[in-house]
Design a protein around this ligand. Structure first.
Ligand code: HDE
Length: 692
């Protein structure tokens, strides 16, 4: 145990200080073997003669190669591709009325956190922007032990019982006979699973929505999905659902863009997170809780234990209780991001479980999977996984044990060591499981109250704007268009006709199929505006604008615009034909950040074409520049230019006159005076009315 672990009080830097003891920089150090022997040569193996065989006794070669041979560990069975960051969490007000969890009491306290975002289906090397649920796992290093909130960016799940998880995962992973397709549900086995498991209908419609192609990890919600319990000091419990709300709002890519990004920049999301933190644009998420009194358990038309159901925010409001700020990238991705081990069963006093059958099964799986992945039962000793409070028990030995336990006693109870380490009574901080009364027959069954699979899929559909509905239709059409079995396609269309006849008709039409005649979705009148991304927060901060320019660009216009963009927190990058410096018409120079070769419109939120006759003439000749504009427009992005630069819009076949999100300034003075018009267009995120 180190000195931080002895110290109970936890602050923002506790975890970093602990990690610091394990960090090692190698600059200026002598090269040695792992045994500390200095090495004279790292380029030639030891040979018998310059052209002779390599000798067994070359311990340096053997050690180096052996270590390399064992560098890889098994990737996560799901959520293999992820990216993480450090930060801290602060509660806004004491939560004692609801929970005794100590990290939720003092607004002055900053609890260190580590957050890993992930995709679910793809391998570790797959693309970031694929259509998929995203993982959102947070480890709070609290003074009472680690608390893990292991959630997703979609608030519901595909199945209701953990025993079906291996089946679900086998269905969406690449098909075993040919290992195709990678990181995609657009294939027969997934949709076969869906039609045979109608409980998936609600989560599947979320997965077909824009939620499954986020613009950034910084712009997604997070959900605990399950119903947990808050328990206060008096032992009173309430059902609780957890929400993370991104301060930047919830924003998505468009599907064509997401697919192109997977090729142009498979690291799009990790780069976005890494760069935002490096720049000091720290991602922030507010923590919200929905609470239902235990006595109200049966007052809703959904079962509070059913993980395929949300609690509509309009029925059960989300109380915002604190904020998490991610302010530090990892030092080493393998040591931290890859070796971190989350577990929904890592709870602290004041937070407890419910009988949600999906949650119950997860409580087993997460430790179990680490045994293979991290090679034994001591993974809690890996620096990223260690609590920052003391931890003592009689567990001993096992692969990779780091702790050197003193003394002869490793059992309980004992007299030789005064019965230490001692159990702690609940009133002194010991974890006491909530004393829920349980009785029942042993059955392999599900409650009838879990049987309604469609009303919330309809609620979701009804809550979408027309644009979002169109995206959902397109997503089903894409995925099913890749399914080879006509029978499965037909069954999905039948499923969809339980949600909405128009949705079923449109998807059927794209598949060249008839809509089932007896389509009669149940009537659901409730809508939940909180589900539509059209109602999300819209801010300029951290948006990225590409400025297309060449030599002779209008200096007054571009330097003025860049200043205004920066003031709004928008990043601008200059794209041109070659790297190096560009000279403006007023003699001022600007550095080119990327060329048309190394960049693409899909990497930006908006674009601006610089004026200046020479620059515009040159860009107009360059088909990549015209394509850049065309593509940004087709992805509904804000595009701006002065009168001169707008020539490129015409070259791309865009009629700028009155076109939504197309801002044309009369003069460079207007740009500097009223660039707010362009900034507003950027803030809008996308200009969907181009679709109409
Ligand atoms: Fe997971 N899940 N899961 N899951 N899950 C894993 O644990 C599992 C579920 C989630 O960044 C695995 O360490 C079962 C729901 C995240 O390291 C594994 C069931 C939710 C991550 C596992 C579920 C999640 C995982 C694989 C059904 C949202 C990545 C590697 C009962 C609330 C954490 C690992 C990270 C990872 C099992 C369903 C979220 C195999 C059995 C629902 C964010 O243990």
């Amino acid at each position: 145990m180190n000195k931080d672990e002895k110290n109970h009080s936890v602050n923002e830097t506790s975890k970093d200080q602990q990690l610091e003891q394990f960090r090692s920089g190698h600059d200026g150090e002598a090269l040695t073997t792992n045994q500390g022997v200095r090495v004279t040569d790292d380029e030639h193996s030891l040979k018998a003669g310059v052209r002779g065989p390599t000798l067994m006794e070359d311990f340096h070669f053997r050690e180096k190669m052996t270590h390399f041979d064992h560098e890889r560990i098994p990737e996560r069975a799901v959520h293999a591709r992820g990216y993480a960051a450090h930060g801290y969490f602060q509660v806004y007000e004491p939560m004692a009325e609801y929970t005794k969890a100590k990290f939720l009491q003092d607004p002055g306290k900053k609890t260190p956190v580590f957050v890993r975002f992930s995709t679910v289906a793809g391998s570790r090397g797959s693309g970031d922007t694929v259509r998929d649920v995203r993982g959102f796992a947070t480890k709070f290093y609290t003074e009472e032990g680690n608390y893990d909130l292991v959630g997703n960016n979609i608030p519901v799940f595909f199945i209701q019982d953990a025993i079906k998880f291996p089946d679900l995962v086998h269905s969406f992973k690449p098909e075993p006979h040919n290992e195709i397709p990678q990181a995609s549900t657009a294939h027969d086995t997934f949709w076969d699973f869906v039609v045979n498991n109608p409980e998936s209908a609600h989560t599947v419609i979320w997965a077909m929505s824009d939620r499954a192609i986020p613009r950034s990890y910084r712009m997604m919600e997070g959900f605990g999905v399950h119903t947990f319990r808050f328990v206060n000091e008096q032992g009173k419990a309430r059902f609780v659902k957890f929400h993370w709300k991104p301060v930047l709002g919830v924003h998505s890519l468009v599907w064509d863009e997401a697919q192109k990004l997977a090729g142009k920049d498979p690291d799009f999301h990790r780069k976005d997170l890494y760069e935002a933190i490096e720049k000091g644009d720290y991602p922030e998420f507010e923590l919200g809780v929905q609470m239902i009194e235990e006595e109200d358990e049966f007052k809703f038309d959904f079962d509070v234990l059913d993980p395929t159901k949300i609690w509509p925010e309009e029925l059960v409001p989300v109380k915002i209780i604190g904020k998490m700020t991610l302010d530090r990238n990892v030092t080493n991705v393998f040591a931290e991001t890859e070796q971190v081990a989350f577990h929904p069963g890592h709870v602290v006093p004041g937070i407890d479980f419910t009988n949600d059958p999906l949650l119950q099964g997860r409580l087993f799986s997460y430790t179990d999977t680490q045994l293979t992945r991290l090679g034994g039962p001591n993974f809690h000793e890996i620096p990223i996984n260690r609590p920052v409070c003391p931890f003592h028990n009689n567990q001993r030995d096992g692969m990779h044990r780091m702790t050197i336990d003193r003394g002869q006693v490793s059992y309980h109870q004992n007299s030789l060591q005064n019965n230490n380490p001692k159990p702690v009574p609940a009133n002194e901080g010991g974890f006491e499981h909530y004393q829920e009364k349980v009785e029942g027959r042993k059955v392999r069954q599900r409650s009838d109250s879990f049987n309604d699979h469609y009303s919330q899929a309809i609620l979701f559909w009804n809550s979408m704007s027309d644009v979002e509905k169109q995206h959902i239709i397109d997503a089903y059409s894409f995925e099913l268009g890749k399914v080879k079995s006509k029978d499965i396609q037909k069954k999905v269309v039948e499923m969809l006709s339980n949600i909405d006849s128009f949705l079923a008709e449109q998807v059927a039409d794209s598949l060249g199929m008839e809509v089932p005649a007896d389509s009669k979705p149940m009537e659901v009148t409730l809508t939940s505006p909180a589900l539509s991304q059209m109602n999300t927060v819209k801010l300029p901060n951290t948006r990225k604008v590409a400025i297309l320019a060449d030599n002779g660009f209008n200096g007054a216009e571009i330097f003025g615009l860049m200043e205004m963009l920066e003031k709004s927190g928008i990043t601008a990058e200059v794209i041109s034909q070659k790297l190096g410096m560009l000279k403006g018409d007023d003699g001022r120079e600007i550095e080119v950040n990327h060329t048309f070769l190394t960049s693409s419109s899909v990497l930006y939120d908006a674009l601006y074409v610089a004026g200046g006759q020479q620059s515009v003439e040159s860009l107009k000749q360059k088909k990549e520049a015209v394509y850049f504009v065309d593509e940004a427009y087709s992805h509904f992005k804000a595009i701006g230019a002065g009168i001169e630069g707008s020539v490129l819009f015409a070259a791309a076949g865009i009629n700028a006159e009155g076109a939504p999100g197309v801002v044309v300034f009369e003069s460079s003075k207007e740009v500097t005076g009223d660039s707010q018009k362009f900034i507003d267009a950027v803030i809008a995120h996308r200009h969907w009315n181009r679709m109409m």
